[in-house]
Design a protein around this ligand. Sequence first.
Ligand code: B12
Length: 197
Amino acid sequence: MPNERCRVLMVYPRFNAGSFWNYKATCELAGALHPAAPLGLITVAALLPTAWEIRLVDLNTEELAEENLGWADLVMTGGMLPQQEGTLAIIEQSRMHRKPVVVGGPDATSTPHVYEAADFLVLGEAEEIMAGFVSAWRSGARTGVFKSEMGKTDVTKSPTPRFDLLKFERYLHVGIQFSRGCPFNCEFCDIIELYGR
Ligand code: B12
């Protein structure tokens, strides 16, 4: 689509302070601001049309400047359970600026009712869903719930994440994916429900 413009502001929500397994002390020792980079959002970024402009703000390492919200046509956010409060705050802030907000990721997929205030919900693995979202957005949709109709993602078809959007020096480690789901049965974990084996 020539001349198409869409400015996407990706915001990685803040984790609850003091949440378990947050590597806070390790980050201090190593001089990092946060343990892990937002691999979900940069994977979603790689699934969007190349003509769309993308900015990434990780609220675990920086503040969200008002200017970024003013710039955006669309806000994308989401993460895991300890980021729920942070995600809800981003939804509220985006709505105050009258910016449509898309929420996705593991917590929205597990408990979509919590995120009803979002304009769009993307539930499940984004690889199978974003093309449908993009075509709905292009045809003028400004609300909707998008789910994968095609079953589980073939991880070999997941694009290389947009690592260029990261400020590497801020993180303790940057993950890469080599599988989805899990072969084990740990009782505390619902990953098999989310992404299968
Ligand atoms: C690596 C990992 C960790 C690491 C790094 C964590 C971090 N801060 O990044 C460690 C080991 C530290 C960790 C710890 C915890 N984790 Co963890 N972790 C994972 C794991 C194995 C992979 C996450 C990942 O990077 N995946 C790769 C990316 C590409 O996938 P993704 O983020 O899911 O993104 C895809 C979609 O969800 C979607 N998507 C994601 N975001 C968005 C946003 C938008 C707008 C859209 C459209 C789509 C979208 O698109 C992507 C491509 O398909 C998952 C399980 C799994 N196999 O997915 C659990 C998982 C995310 N963790 C989970 C939990 C609960 C925790 C802990 C709270 C556990 C605990 N009890 O302490 C802690 C919290 C840590 C903290 N305070 O930071 C849960 C979250 C469940 C939920 N309902 O939110 C998961 C799903 C495992 C599970 N089922 O139990 N974790």
